[in-house]
Design a protein around this ligand. Sequence first.
Ligand SMILES: CC(C)(COP(=O)(O)OP(=O)(O)OC[C@H]1O[C@@H](n2cnc3c(N)ncnc32)[C@H](O)[C@@H]1OP(=O)(O)O)[C@@H](O)C(=O)NCCC(=O)NCCS
Length: 189
Amino acid sequence: MDLRSSSENEPPVIVRPSRDGDVEAMLSIYRRHIRLGVDEGVSDSDMPQADDLRDRRKNLKNRRFPHLVATRNGDVLGYAYVVLFRKRPAYRYTVKHSIYIHHDHVGHGIGRALMRELIDVCAAAGFRQIIGYIDSDNVASLALHERFGFARVGLLPGVAFRHGGWSDTVMVQRSLATGATTPPPAGGR
Ligand SMILES: CC(C)(COP(=O)(O)OP(=O)(O)OC[C@H]1O[C@@H](n2cnc3c(N)ncnc32)[C@H](O)[C@@H]1OP(=O)(O)O)[C@@H](O)C(=O)NCCC(=O)NCCS
């Protein structure tokens, strides 16, 4: 549980592990960002369904992968989670994250509170590297990741077709805990 107040007269943002009851709120946040991501009308059938998020969340939680929501007054205003960067056992200490804030609540410090907690919880869970993929024109997300010490480690030119044009994706990475400076504990993840 992490309590931070983004501005004096606003109730605090509480970051906590997600619950099954949060799925509908997460779904509407996610769908809105998908619709904004591409301008071609994404049909409802192509949109992720509640069960998709519900199953993914349950699967991640069962495997002790952080899955967090940020709330204010009990309303879910954002969520963030990690999956394995690659399934092969050698990569079991490296995760890839996603973070989404409700479009009416961006720019109010909720992304900051969520990212802070996600990094701390992933480090505590024994992960050593965290990776993200960000659209090259996503100024807010690039700035957020820079603020948390993510380095730009790669560029994937022309991998996305959105708004009628090809666009690049930036790969960002930061280490967690001791990163690659010490071996993982015996019997680690
Ligand atoms: C990217 C996103 C998660 C940022 O969350 P947010 O709650 O809006 O960000 P915050 O208000 O906590 O701002 C955190 C930092 O991000 C940066 N930032 C946020 N919005 C910004 C903007 N519009 N322009 C420039 N920098 C911005 C600032 O550095 C800010 O830190 P500071 O104010 O402490 O200096 C949010 O805008 C979002 O969900 N976007 C759509 C989905 C998405 O792109 N997810 C990321 C995919 S990788």
